[in-house]
Design a protein around this ligand. Structure first.
Ligand code: SF4
Ligand code: F3S
Ligand code: FES
Length: 236
């Protein structure tokens, strides 16, 4: 029989309809070492306490919906193997966004910050007969920031965001970077102006938590530095 491991899951629980304060639920499970934290949470939900509430969809690191704080670090639950975090696994909602229930937070403030940086292609010039061409070198400039899945692991691990929720946050800056440095786009100056606001990019103090938390290994702090440099040398 395949070897199993015993894991104690400590999950921060909160049901606003009946709890005054969050509380810690403890659940002992026996799982395969290569099961993920998401599998263990499913086990709890399906076999021990069906009221446990969490958000997930793809199960494979693509949709970005199961960001949570696992042993104090923001991770996607579907990408963390139990053998790497056992025997005691502490699971909490990501910090800085309102908790709706258990591990589910309200993503709307995060999405509002995302929308604020115009995260879409802008070019009103008449399109050429075939396509707007771009060289491989021009594409490479923003390749890294195209990988973002909007999981919020970065923004909710940033002390500047914890201190002030209005800070636009690293995820929105990553999205702005993706378009600011796209040679076909024409709204870079507008995005830079938005990021130059008091709650914009200058609230970043180069802490690097965001880069360490990103499940897509995007070099977020470097991308932020590139946008800061563009702001310093642009003529708005
Ligand atoms: Fe998630 Fe990385 Fe995108 Fe931040 S930059 S939202 S951590 S994928
Ligand atoms: Fe925050 Fe990342 Fe800057 S953690 S302070 S956004 S480098
Ligand atoms: Fe989709 Fe984890 S469930 S990223």
């Amino acid at each position: 029989m395949a070897e199993t491991i015993k894991v104690k899951l400590r999950i921060k629980r909160f049901n606003p309809e009946k709890d005054k304060e969050p509380w810690w639920g403890e659940y002992d499970v026996e799982m395969d070492p290569t099961d993920r934290v998401l599998d263990a949470l499913h086990y709890v939900k399906w076999h021990i306490d069906g009221t446990l509430t969490l958000r997930r969809s793809c199960g494979h690191g693509i949709c970005g919906s199961d960001a949570m704080r696992i042993n104090g670090v923001n991770r996607l639950a579907c990408k963390v193997l139990l053998r790497d975090v056992a025997p005691v696994v502490t699971v909490e909602p990501i910090l800085g966004l309102p908790v709706i229930k258990d591990l589910v937070v309200d993503m709307e403030p995060f999405m509002a910050q995302y929308r604020s940086v115009m995260p879409y292609f802008v070019n009103d010039e008449p399109p050429p007969p075939r396509e707007r061409l771009q060289s491989p070198e021009e594409r490479a400039v923003f390749d890294d920031t195209t990988k973002c899945i909007l999981c919020a692991c970065c923004t909710t691990s940033c002390p500047s965001f914890w201190a002030r929720g209005e800070y636009v946050g690293p995820a929105a800056i990553v999205q702005a970077h993706r378009f600011i440095f796209d040679s076909r786009d024409r709204a870079a100056a507008q995005r830079l102006e938005i990021l130059n606001e008091p709650d914009g990019i200058w609230r970043c103090r180069t802490v690097y938590n965001c880069t360490n938390a990103c499940p897509r290994e995007i070099k977020i702090t470097e991308a932020i530095a590139e946008v800061k440099k563009a702001l310093l040398f642009s003529r708005l």
